[in-house]
Design a protein around this ligand. Sequence first.
Ligand SMILES: [Zn+2]
Length: 78
Amino acid sequence: MRCPYCGGEMEKGLIQSQYEIAWLPGGDRSVAGRAKFHNGIVLSKLNLLRGSAITAWLCRSCEKVVIDFVGGECDMNG
Ligand SMILES: [Zn+2]
């Protein structure tokens, strides 16, 4: 994947957690863990055995990470 900021090649990797990984609107921590009730997006559902993980692309030059989400499945399952 090409970095949308500098056009350089990005490195593929994983963001992992022991909890569900979700994007939540705003900066209010009180909505954490309740993404579906707050117009949030679940990036990776929790797998009780493996935790959760989602593929993410890194640009070290721009210090950016880009995440593709597809229906909130865990990327460690496949
Ligand atoms: Zn870049």
